[in-house]
Write a protein that binds this ligand. Structure first.
Ligand code: PGA
Length: 292
């Protein structure tokens, strides 16, 4: 689909969803009181097994008011979705993918289109993750194409941005964040996607999988900066409604301190998400600090 086609598709979908509030999904980014609904997204990366997917939901605990999204490897989506459907007493848990191809179909061996992900039950897709940027050639231009394709297909991107250690140490953090965010969202709008359709995750590369978490102050500073840039790109009202996550060695131990920051709306969780009890504990901490 060309750029104009993508914009038209997005506009049409936005209007339809606003009219119908499809399945309540449109409202899910905010609470009835108009506050941003916290979101905890699990990035299993290339981990897990069929057995893990089948057993995972029984280890999840509800966390009032927090939206949970699970992004397993694609082949594990069907058993995970089936196990979630069969699990009693769980609030709705969303599903997501870890990547997509921007074309709707064709000779792209090993890839999956946005439409296929939707059909498989995905509502979200992680894009621009630093592992994909570093190992699979996902540069800013490619991330931007993927973001546009995701939105056009009705998938919500969880767009990851973050600086490497040497960039932080040389004082380039905010330059990097601004460049990655601006490039990834280039060509979006008008009309802008609805704020609930796009999630941005601040993931400092030096904190991912290292056990070295950003301090609450560092996470807040970066996310407040990103929210301001989103306000410049869209509007303040838009930026106030969009959910921004922290990712990078987030655990049940640091979830309360991080989650208490005003611009931290939740977490993108790697390692800790492999254990449903830990993911639930993080969501519960978030729920508690938000209730205060
Ligand atoms: P981590 O990964 O929680 O294992 O640091 C986070 C991520 O890569 O999204």
């Amino acid at each position: 689909m060309d750029e104009l086609g993508e914009r038209i598709a997005r506009l049409v979908r936005q209007v339809i969803e606003e009219r119908l509030a499809v399945g309540g999904e449109l409202a899910s980014a905010s609470t009835p009181g108009g506050r941003r609904r916290p979101l905890v997204a699990a990035n299993w990366k290339m981990n897990g097994s069929r057995a893990m997917a089948e057993g995972y939901p029984s280890g999840l605990r509800p966390a009032p008011g927090v939206e949970l999204v699970l992004c397993p490897p694609l082949v594990l989506l069907p058993p995970l979705a089936a196990a979630l459907r069969a699990a009693p007493g769980l609030p709705e848990v969303g599903l997501g993918a870890q990547n997509l191809h921007f074309e709707p179909k064709g000779a792209f061996t090993g890839e999956h289109s946005p439409g296929m992900l939707r059909e498989a039950g995905c509502r979200y897709v992680i894009l621009g993750h630093s592992e994909r940027r570093a190992m699979f050639g996902d540069d800013d231009a490619l991330v931007a194409r993927k973001v546009r394709a995701a939105l056009a297909a009705g998938l919500r991107p969880i767009l990851c941005v973050g600086e490497r250690l040497e960039e932080r140490e040389s004082g380039a953090t905010f330059r990097v964040l601004r460049a990655q965010l601006t490039a990834a969202l280039a060509g979006l709008g008008p009309p802008a996607p609805a704020p609930g359709e796009l999630v941005v995750a601040y993931e400092p590369v030096w904190a991912i999988g290292t056990g070295r978490t950003a301090s609450a102050a560092q996470a807040e500073e970066a996310l407040a900066f990103l929210r301001e840039r989103l306000a410049e790109l869209f509007s303040w009202a838009w930026a106030r409604g969009a959910r921004l996550l922290y990712g990078g060695s987030a655990t049940p131990e640091n979830a309360a301190a991080l989650g208490a920051q005003p611009d931290v709306d939740g977490f993108l969780v790697g390692g800790a998400s492999l254990e449903p009890a830990k993911l639930s504990a993080m969501a519960l901490k978030l729920s508690e600090v938000r209730a205060r």
